[in-house]
Ligand binder design. Structure first.
Ligand SMILES: Nc1ncnc2c1ncn2[C@@H]1O[C@H](COP(=O)(O)OP(=O)(O)OP(=O)(O)O)[C@@H](O)[C@H]1O
Length: 445
């Protein structure tokens, strides 16, 4: 349940479960259509979710997965490439001019770094008053009064009005940023890593302040964070993002207790367990996420998933050998991506060493310890042949055709995985396969 519904009578009341922001198949691409850059960064690549009025929705995922871009697009600091953002039913991606300016009052953002997000040449009063001036809010006198009230609301003193940001500590500077975000009485605030840059002791104070403000003003938050324990503590629901997609979304406690998506399972298992006697069932994630300029064709997590569906004809081969095949595919994939790198091309033309070793060496490294059956080896031979002929892309596609499964071919649907409406983006939820939370990841066998 949203925390706001549990509060006393003086708090703003919000009706439970009502949708404030509805996101439909949202895409935000960078660098699209430019003369130089015809291969855009697909930072947000088809996100659909709802944010309920009065809730805190957490947004987590590895660095670069698109969290900030999604947050910025929801409040129109970034233009959507495609899809809808319905705010109280209005598609704000279609607004412009005065309509957009008027709508902007409804939503604000609090940034991660209180050191750089405040203009050091303005007084605290001017910083907080700026959005009021831009929107021509009431009279100048009322604006000054409102700023004094806001200073009080965020725990600062009236005399701080005429001071400069550099005279404050990190926590106090974040309070200034929060006061500015509240100035126009928004309904929705994107909190982009609001406590990551602060000392741990100060983090708790700012989190408490944010919770109090939510109660007092009935605010709705999108809370972007790396720190999963903070998210578990403060969020009602959590969305787990990977490579521009939402992999799982559901109630926080339920999702942390019993993650259903292979990516969530991997992400949560990376948190060190405070209990040293606990079973060491950590899932190690191989490699790094693919480039958002060149995402996989099927499931976004398919190149690293430790629970990827294996094609029927390779079910019987040794698990470790299968992991080696997957790693080989990843190496080839990276090589083919680098075909686009001008530096490497130039280096190759000049006969200089590139960052990739000889394919024979890679094969030896990966497969020497196995007795590789002919039915696997013949495909590795074929792919190596393509690579020797400088057709890295052909090798990549060949390996996908022979060793790939539904995970490589199709982007999964969002499958409902609990009676609270949690969804997970994975083929394993279909009847034909073992569920991710019942499947032993390859890396742990
Ligand atoms: N203005 C931009 N122009 C081009 N690419 C961008 C721009 N902003 C972000 N990107 C790219 O878009 C992808 C998503 O970035 P984004 O900042 O949204 O991720 P994030 O999950 O918030 O990362 P972090 O946790 O490190 O802040 C990254 O590959 C990033 O390099």
């Amino acid at each position: 349940m949203s925390k706001v519904q549990q509060t006393e009578s003086e708090s703003v009341s919000v009706s439970e479960g009502e949708t404030l922001v509805q996101v439909n198949n949202l895409k935000t691409y960078y660098g699209e259509g430019g003369l130089i850059d015809s291969n855009p960064v697909k930072a947000v690549d088809g996100v659909s979710l709802n944010i309920k009025r009065g809730e805190t929705l957490g947004l987590v995922g590895e660095s670069g997965c698109g969290k900030s871009t999604l947050g910025r697009t929801l409040i129109q600091l970034e233009n959507a490439t495609d899809g809808e953002v319905l705010f109280d039913g209005t598609d704000i991606t279609q607004l412009s001019g005065t309509e957009l300016k008027n709508w902007r009052r409804n939503s604000q953002m609090v940034f991660q770094d209180p050191e750089s997000s405040l203009n050091d040449r303005m007084t605290v009063g001017e910083i907080i008053r700026e959005p009021l001036d831009v929107h021509d809010w009431e009279t100048p006198r009322e604006r000054r009064q409102h700023v004094r009230e806001l200073l009080d609301v965020v725990g600062l003193q009236p005399e701080h009005y005429y001071r400069y940001p550099h005279q404050f500590s990190g926590g106090q500077r974040q309070r200034i940023g929060i006061a500015r975000a509240l100035a126009l009485e928004p309904e929705f605030i994107v909190l982009d890593e609001p406590v990551s840059a602060l000392d741990v002791s100060v983090q708790a104070q700012i989190l408490n302040l944010l919770e109090d403000l939510q109660e007092e003003f009935g605010l709705t938050y999108l809370f972007i964070a790396h720190d999963l324990s903070v998210v578990r503590h403060i969020c009602d629901r959590v969305a787990v993002m990977y490579l521009g997609h939402i992999m799982e979304l559901g109630e926080a406690e339920e999702l942390f207790e019993n993650p259903k998506n292979p990516y969530t399972i991997s992400l949560l298992s990376a948190i060190p367990d405070p209990d040293p006697t606990a079973k060491g069932d950590r899932v190690t994630l191989r490699g790094t996420p693919p480039s958002p300029r060149d995402p996989p064709k099927g499931c976004p997590f398919s190149t690293r998933c430790p629970m990827k569906i294996r094609p029927e004809e390779f079910q019987h081969i040794d698990d470790d050998l299968w992991v080696a095949v997957e790693v080989f595919r990843e190496v080839v994939r990276e090589r083919s991506r680098a075909e686009r790198s001008m530096t490497d091309q130039v280096k190759e033309i000049l006969g200089m060493e590139t960052r990739f070793s000889d394919i024979g060496e890679i094969r030896h490294e990966l497969f020497a310890e196995f007795d590789v059956p002919r039915e696997v080896e013949k495909h590795i031979d074929e792919a190596a042949g393509y690579i020797e002929n400088n057709s890295d892309k052909q090798a990549r596609n060949y390996l996908r055709d022979v060793f790939g499964s539904v995970c490589d071919a199709e982007n999964p649907d969002d499958n409902v995985v609990s009676n609270t409406g949690r969804f997970s983006h994975c083929h394993r939820h279909l009847d034909d396969y073992e569920e991710p939370d019942e499947f032993t990841p390859y890396t742990m066998r």
